[in-house]
Write a protein that binds this ligand. Sequence first.
Ligand code: APR
Length: 229
Amino acid sequence: MKKPKLVISTGAGMSAESGISTFRDSGGLWDKYPVMDVASADGFARNPELVHSFYNTRRHELVKAQPNAGHRGLVELEQWYDTYVITQNVDNLHERAGSEHVLHLHGELMKVRSMKHPERVYELSEGNLDTTVDTRDEYGDAVRPHIVFFQEAVPNIEPAIELASEADVFVVIGTSLAVYPAASLLHYVRRGVPVYYIDPNPAPVPDYVTVLRMPATKGVEELVRLLRP
Ligand code: APR
């Protein structure tokens, strides 16, 4: 019997209870760092060393973090739903929690890629988290974070739109819905498909969306209660 398709779109709030800073909450990353200096194509061209060290710092934080009950609750739903996670997050907490299908829209923090041959992507290990402008791959080429900087295209938005348009249930967790094209996914969900939004401080959404005004760990627990057969 084919399982219904559950598509979940997550943002930084999904990882907040794992101790990873969000961007736009007070005290968030964009309060501490000038976003266009550390996370844009122009910023990387201007001062690549600063960008390398920004992502090095975030990798060191990530390896100390663990998936939270929210990540694990989404894995629990895989027994009843064909579950796909589309995440704006560059952390690997969904994968480490055991999610089978994770599509990253904004890249992956634990990966770097060749500047000359972008198809050459390398996974960094816990013992080798840092890169600099002098880091070279095995071909002698410079590498860059495997991150979608502001001003760059979001290559995975097409498959993400396809997933959203096929969803039988759509869930949004922990995102301010401030950044496009990720924020547009909600509008590709077929009419009549149930949509849930878990966020303690939710952005405005259409009234057909069921808002669970709570943190991800509590919200996913409630979601499992609502969605389990
Ligand atoms: N549980 C669930 N949601 C939470 C929690 C929590 N414990 N704590 C905060 N939130 C919510 C906030 O209320 C907010 O709606 O998480 C959201 C965080 O919003 P942002 O910081 O804007 O993060 P996000 O929406 O993921 O940003 C999108 O912007 O800077 C770029 O590339 C970056 O992927 C990022 C994108």
